[in-house]
Design a protein around this ligand. Structure first.
Ligand SMILES: [Zn+2]
Ligand SMILES: [Zn+2]
Length: 96
């Protein structure tokens, strides 16, 4: 018997790179498989590679507003500008 654990996507409400607000219904949020969360413009700059785990970032589907009562967004805000900055520095070095 396998035990079924229901995992609900944690929705973080800001970009780790620039701290931009990304509400659960936002259509410009991207996440990696570890749910590191970035706004679309940072994700594009990072070439959709997560600076924390190297994983691929994909667009986060917006959560329907009427589900937010039962499944609220995460209250945790993660803000790690250093990680992004390192990657962006490297990318800009590559292109020079
Ligand atoms: Zn951002
Ligand atoms: Zn990640």
């Amino acid at each position: 018997m396998t035990r079924k654990v229901k995992v609900i996507l944690e929705i973080r409400t800001n970009c780790e790179c620039c701290n931009k607000d990304l509400p659960p219904e936002s259509r410009e949020a991207t996440i990696c498989s570890f749910e590191c969360t970035f706004c679309l413009s940072c994700a594009q700059k990072l070439e959709f590679n997560c600076p924390n785990c190297g994983g691929e970032m994909v667009r986060r589907p917006p959560r329907a507003v009427d589900l937010l009562d039962r499944y609220p967004a995460s209250a945790t805000r993660v803000f790690k500008p250093e990680g992004c900055k390192n990657v962006l520095d490297e990318l800009s070095r590559d292109t020079q």
